[in-house]
Design a protein. Structure first.
Length: 323
């Protein structure tokens, strides 16, 4: 698998006067955080596992390289890695902000479904557009530090595909869920009420009298599988880095999310669309105080991530990965 070293840590910059006279010479420190599971990075921001200069870094952070074993993945020393905690906290921060933006948008659009002859179709389209733009921008902004997952579905999917270690997966999911919960309660505080009209949380609410648990599970799992498949193919496959790369990948991943939102938003009465982000639903439902069929929002992504991981192993993008 092709890898390349991360950008140099030191980049000299020279300042000149208007007459071209050299006045000063400064060196900026640019912190590089290599991570094979960086969404939109297409495994370009990794260390060369064959270079002995990186052995120490790869021992402490196995997923800084493009290939590592399951034994290395479950090395619990990652839980005391201060750098990994910083990245996880950034994930939580960014997840909180994106849930704040998309949560407000969803609550704003939900009442408008009564204002159009098409019902919820137009609000669903607008909601999908908001999610597309939001996710793309937040991946761009958080990707260089944490990898820009912002979603347990992506983090769990990269774990099963052996692109993220077990400690990173646990810390990321914990911080993502915490950040989303903070956002949910801040939305409740800002609006002065616990959520949308009649307790409906777009993308999370399921009416058990109209939708069975089995139906909700199939809808959630298959849509999550479609999203993680697209995210892998666009933003994590090393063969795409010369085609999409970090400049275009996040935009297309955002578009994939919007597509999945729109496809499921009005498919069945009593169903407001696939969650696609269990942390978002956890945070908004915690603020609402309702947990109807919330297990679907977690089990679906876990199953989808596992299935996609099996596919990734059966048809790898390069030579077989280490066990």
């Amino acid at each position: 698998m092709d890898t390349q070293d991360p950008p140099d840590l030191e980049r000299p910059k020279t300042a000149h006067s208007s007459r071209g006279t050299l006045l000063s010479h400064r060196t900026e420190q640019v912190i590089s955080r290599p991570f094979v599971g960086r969404l939109g990075g297409n495994q370009a921001f990794t260390l060369d596992v064959a270079d002995p200069n990186y052995d120490e870094k790869l021992r402490s952070t196995p997923d800084a390289g493009a290939s590592f074993t399951w034994k290395e993945s479950f090395d619990l020393r990652g839980f005391v890695d201060a750098e990994l905690w910083k990245q996880a906290i950034l994930e939580g921060w960014a997840t909180s902000l994106i849930v704040w933006i998309t949560g407000l948008a969803a609550y704003s659009l939900a009442p408008t479904s009564r204002d159009f002859a098409t019902g919820a179709l137009f609000p669903t389209l607008l909601g999908a557009l908001v999610n597309t733009i939001s996710l793309s921008l937040f991946i761009f902004s958080s990707g260089p530090v944490s990898g820009g997952h912002l979603n347990p579905l992506i983090t769990i999917g990269t774990f099963f595909g052996q692109l993220a270690t077990f400690p990173r997966t646990v810390l990321y999911v914990l911080c993502q869920t915490t950040g989303a919960t903070v956002a949910g309660f801040l939305i409740r505080a800002a609006l002065g009420r616990p959520g949308g009209p009649d307790g409906v949380i777009p993308g999370c609410w399921i009416d058990p009298s109209a939708v069975t648990a089995g139906e909700a599970f199939v809808l959630e799992t298959m849509t999550c599988l479609a999203l993680i498949f697209l995210a892998y193919g666009i933003g994590l496959d090393p063969r795409q880095k010369a085609i999409f790369g970090p400049a275009l990948g996040p935009l297309l991943i955002g578009l994939a999310l919007g597509l999945c939102n729109f496809a499921t938003g009005t498919v069945k009465p009593g169903y407001t669309g696939a969650s696609l982000n269990p942390a978002r639903c956890f945070g908004l439902m915690a603020a609402e105080g309702r947990w109807t069929l919330h297990w679907v929002h977690w089990v679906g992504p876990i199953v989808a991530g596992a299935l996609n991981g099996v596919l990734y192993w059966a048809i790898p993008p390069s030579k077989p990965r280490k066990m």
